[in-house]
Ligand binder design. Structure first.
Ligand SMILES: NC(=O)c1ccc[n+]([C@@H]2O[C@H](COP(=O)([O-])OP(=O)(O)OC[C@H]3O[C@@H](n4cnc5c(N)ncnc54)[C@H](O)[C@@H]3O)[C@@H](O)[C@H]2O)c1
Length: 264
């Protein structure tokens, strides 16, 4: 199936590590032009090199903290300068610290809200200004099954990701008439296969601190498909939703989680 992403200009936030990295490499294999917005220059530059090897038409890293609207504006300006426009946005950046709610502080709540929600507002706002006049574009935001299921130790994160799901539905309704499609992908546990897939700012830099191999086996056994997710699983869904092949799909929230969530 030709996704017709060749030559498209794509912005992927958090494209340096794990899921974002796989999304960048997926778009690269389709021959897209990619702008990566990430705070980790060292790791993201490795992904730039790999993306070119995989067939990207063009790739650039714009060091960006997506919680800062001015930096986000500069990132999109760089994308337009190098690739002429922005056709597709993937809001991938996210972050959490696993703790029971009663142990968390208001400072931690603020940080989780900034990275997981305000960053999505920043990037979506700037992207829409570019997409509306062209009457086309796609936005995919990476949420989490924690927003659909309720996950112990992810109370604030799960609530904020649910806000992303709701926000994206309204954005889909408001902008469908301008040919802009907006969807959400909810990963379940999705782990890197190799240390080279993560940089020092990744949640997975110390994989065993997140999940021991025994815990991962337990997670896998509890899932209908009996396996945890890999970054490429999420990237495949994002590529499809960003493509013309999903041309009649908008406002949807898709779990890619081995059957963890089943919403009907
Ligand atoms: N991996 C999972 O199990 C899982 C499960 C559910 C949802 N998710 C969601 O998937 C997305 C990707 O997760 P991941 O596991 O690949 O994360 P990760 O921690 O491995 O990578 C995140 C990337 O974002 C970058 N980043 C962090 N803060 C940033 C900021 N302020 N500005 C710019 N870049 C920033 C990091 O440098 C890193 O490259 C997130 O939205 C996350 O919430 C992940």
């Amino acid at each position: 199936m030709d996704l017709e992403l060749k030559g498209k200009s794509v912005v992927v936030t958090g494209g340096g590590s794990n899921i974002g990295r796989a999304i960048v490499l997926g778009f690269a294999e389709e021959g897209a032009n990619i702008t990566i917005g990430d705070i980790d220059e060292v790791q993201a530059n490795k992904v730039v090199k790999l993306a070119l090897e995989k067939g990207a038409a063009g790739v650039q890293l714009v060091k960006t903290d997506v919680t800062d609207l001015n930096q986000v504006k500069a990132m999109f300006a760089a994308a337009v300068k190098k690739f002429g426009t922005v056709d597709n946005l993937v809001n991938n950046v996210g972050w959490d610290q696993l703790m029971y709610f009663t142990q968390t502080t208001p400072e931690l709540w603020q940080k989780i809200i900034q990275i997981n929600y305000l960053a999505v507002l920043n990037c979506t706002r700037v992207a829409l200004d570019l997409m509306i006049p062209k009457k086309r574009g796609t936005i995919v935001s990476i949420s989490s099954d924690a927003s659909r299921q309720g996950e112990p130790r992810e109370a604030v994160y799960g609530g904020v990701k649910a806000a992303v799901n709701g926000f994206m539905k309204t954005i889909a309704r408001e902008n469908g008439r301008d040919g802009i499609r907006c969807n959400v992908v909810c990963p379940g546990v999705t782990i890197p296969e190799d240390d080279e897939e993560v940089g020092k700012t990744s949640l997975w830099v110390n994989r065993d601190a997140m999940f021991t191999p025994e815990q991962l086996e337990k997670v896998a056994r509890a899932l209908p498909l009996r396996k945890v997710g890999r970054p490429r699983d999420i990237a495949n869904a994002v590529l499809f939703l960003s493509s013309v092949r999903a041309g009649h799909i908008t406002g949807q929230t898709l779990s890619v989680s081995g059957g963890y969530s089943m919403i009907g």
